[in-house]
Ligand binder design. Structure first.
Ligand SMILES: [Zn+2]
Length: 137
């Protein structure tokens, strides 16, 4: 893993976390942004990772090493990514990926300015943290 390939943001305040995802999505609107949302030491934590997909305007991919590091260090709530085309509903690809990695996917649409969370049938996220994230989203 290249150490400089991610940005980290932490806050005790959930709305600051949600706003940060919106900010990053807007600032980097040429591509889908992606990363992880979790909890550690009484704070929410975001990692913004590099989108390593071949077509980052339509898809996203995160280095599996980043996934492993994040899960080791934090209580995972979800993987987040933005949609620069279309709405906040998960694509077929998103649903398959979420089901395969057993982690919820949070999507933010730049068009509708709405969030959606897809929860997989087998869910390995921290459900308490996820529940708090979902409240009034
Ligand atoms: Zn998507």
């Amino acid at each position: 893993m290249k150490k400089e390939n991610k940005e980290i943001f932490k806050s005790k305040n959930k709305s600051e976390i949600i706003n940060k995802i919106k900010d990053w999505s807007k600032k980097k609107r040429a591509v889908e942004i992606c990363g992880f949302l979790g909890f550690k030491n009484e704070e929410y934590i975001l990692w913004l990772c590099s989108n390593i997909a071949d077509d980052p305007k339509r898809y996203f991919a995160i280095d599996p090493i980043d996934f492993l590091y994040f899960q080791q260090e934090n209580q995972m709530a979800c993987v987040f990514h933005s949609h620069i085309y279309g709405d906040e509903n998960p694509s077929e690809f998103d649903v398959t990926m979420s089901e395969n990695c057993c982690i919820p996917f949070m999507i933010y649409s730049l068009n509708t300015k709405k969030f959606k969370i897809h929860e997989p049938k087998t869910n390995h996220a921290n459900l308490d943290v996820l529940k708090r994230i979902k409240e009034n989203l």
